[in-house]
Design a protein around this ligand. Structure first.
Ligand SMILES: [Fe+2]
Ligand SMILES: [Fe+2]
Length: 175
């Protein structure tokens, strides 16, 4: 398998690991009786799962082998209600770096079709880092008044992400 394709295959593992981490965060908030924060991260988990399946579809279309990798174990205990969002923001920044490295590799290898595929992920990462940064501000400000955080999220929920319209196809269909 060419280097770019195998690096993209590795990224499938990172996206599924991100998805599982978001499930762990959602379960933590659910256990703290914070349903809006939980719902937010259950949705994020599905988005990350879809990212992985878009990469699977790309590798299928490009006629490369696709691994179905295992995932890294998620962190499941948190010091306080702010910690999971701080962890999520770190994760989004790390994934941005991973996608940037993949773009660089695609350029080095003249894989322009692969590079074009990744452009959507660059936009998506910009949006996700921005929205997670905002959520961290909201949770830090409201850590002693968590109902205000829940209310903020219930008002913010339901807005369609315009990026979804231009998303690459996901293997088996996006959830
Ligand atoms: Fe992702
Ligand atoms: Fe993400």
């Amino acid at each position: 398998m060419p280097t770019f394709a195998s690096a993209l295959d590795d990224q499938i593992r990172n996206e599924f690991s991100a998805s599982q981490q978001y499930i762990a965060v959602a379960v933590y908030y659910d256990s703290q009786s914070l349903p809006q924060l939980a719902a937010h991260f259950y949705r994020q988990a599905v988005e990350e799962r879809n990212h992985a399946m878009m990469m699977v579809q790309y590798l299928l279309d490009a006629d490369h082998g696709v691994g179905t990798p295992g995932i890294d174990p998620p962190k499941t205990d948190f010091a306080d209600v702010v910690a999971p969002v701080a962890l999520a923001l770190e994760q989004e920044k790390r994934v941005t770096e991973q996608i940037v490295e993949l773009v660089k590799l695609s350029r080095e290898e003249g894989e322009l079709v692969g590079e074009q595929f990744l452009h959507w992920f660059l936009q998506e990462q910009r949006e996700e880092v921005a929205s997670m940064t905002e959520l961290l501000t909201v949770v830090e400000r409201g850590k002693n008044d968590l109902l205000s955080v829940e209310e903020h999220l219930s008002r913010a929920a339901g807005g369609a992400n315009p990026l979804e319209a231009g998303a690459p196809p996901a293997a088996g269909g996006a959830l």
